[in-house]
Design a protein around this ligand. Structure first.
Ligand code: SAM
Length: 331
């Protein structure tokens, strides 16, 4: 094999491995309790989930009657690692449909959830998987982070409702940021302390001793992304600081003031304000309008004639981390 394609294959394998971690049932329960009303009579699709190991499948199959679901569809991608949870060795992609308890014991029995084989590899972009997506009302999963842009684009293209896990860095991807600005996607309730512990038996966890849990990796900056209505999204952030020019300097190359901490957004400032991306966790579209995102350039526009060579999120020559530019709608 040529060296170049070997390197590419190794890189792909390493990315695939990084995508192999599994969501805990407790984290799924913590988030989904806020969405219960959305599920009545709906078809739920988990399209990156091996039902033999996925807690998303576990959650929806065991809560099928409680949520009043119509159908649960789960597909899994071909196994990335033959040793994964060693009892279940299979390279084949599988899929199943569960339509609820038939024998009255309120438990999803094996004969009620027969596993079927997919013809293709179960890629969420495959025609087979897309046919299943078309049947779905709500997609719920933790998809591969390395394909997050494509994953969300497909959900938007097929006009699906979703609740999915992603990394907060995705907020700064142009395609995702645009959806956030247009109020087509927002953050859910999130993981405790802004970090998730995921089941992973393959690679080392670098969490500190007090945060280390056996068989798990700690991933900071993970969040839930959704387009389903939740109460949190309509709660105003309580603001208490007044604007004074010394405390809120303007950017060197962009017409907005810099706010380093979300809770210190001045209550009385009408103009554009740059805030950290963690602001999105508190964002209500009735209270604020999102204008743009800034790092070196505008997240939406990229470099332009005017901005090329300048750093936009910068105060007195010092670059800040990424900023979201907002305006208070209520002033
Ligand atoms: C972060 S893991 C989460 C697994 C599971 N959803 C969960 O939360 O426990 C992402 C999963 O997506 C699968 N995957 C990777 N590429 C995929 C693709 N193109 N189509 C469907 N699934 C894929 C991986 O094999 C991996 O199991």
């Amino acid at each position: 094999m040529a060296k170049k394609s070997l390197n590419l294959n190794l890189r792909k394998a390493s990315t695939a491995k990084k995508d192999e971690f599994y969501t805990q049932l407790s984290d799924i329960e913590n988030e989904l309790r806020h969405y219960k009303d959305h599920f009545k009579n709906k078809v739920v699709f988990c399209n990156c989930d091996d039902p033999r190991v996925s807690n998303f499948f576990h959650y929806f199959s065991y809560n099928f009657e409680h949520l009043g679901l119509k159908k649960l569809i789960t597909t899994c991608y071909k196994s990335q690692d033959m040793d994964l949870f060693s009892e279940q060795k299979s390279e084949k992609a599988i899929y199943l449909e569960y339509t609820g308890d038939k024998n009255g014991n309120k438990v999803p029995d094996p004969e009620e959830i027969g596993i079927q084989y997919l013809k293709s590899d179960g890629d969420f972009r495959s025609p087979e998987s897309i046919e299943l997506l078309k049947q779905a009302d709500i997609v719920v999963t933790n998809p591969p982070f390395s394909l997050f842009r494509e994953y969300v684009a497909q959900l938007v293209e097929y006009e699906k409702k979703f609740i999915i896990v992603g990394h907060q860095n995705a907020i700064t991807y142009k395609e995702i940021f645009k959806l956030i600005k247009e109020n087509k996607i927002w953050l859910g309730y999130g993981f405790k302390g802004g970090a998730g512990h995921f089941i992973n038996k393959q690679y080392e966890d670098y969490a500190t001793a007090c945060d280390h849990r056996e068989g798990m990796i700690r991933v900071s900056g993970v969040h839930w992304f959704t387009n389903l209505e939740i109460n949190k999204r309509h709660e105003d952030l309580i603001l208490f600081k007044n604007y004074i020019s010394e405390a809120y300097p303007t950017y060197d190359n962009y017409d907005a003031i810099n706010v380093d901490v979300t809770k210190e957004i001045p209550v009385d400032y009408k103009g554009a304000m740059g805030v950290p991306i963690t602001f999105l966790d508190k964002y209500s579209p009735e209270q604020f309008e999102i204008i743009d995102g800034l790092n070196r350039y505008s997240i939406l526009d990229g470099p332009t004639e005017e901005t090329r060579g300048k750093y936009l999120a910068q105060v007195n020559g010092n670059p800040c981390y990424v900023r979201i530019v907002i305006k208070n709608r209520k002033l």
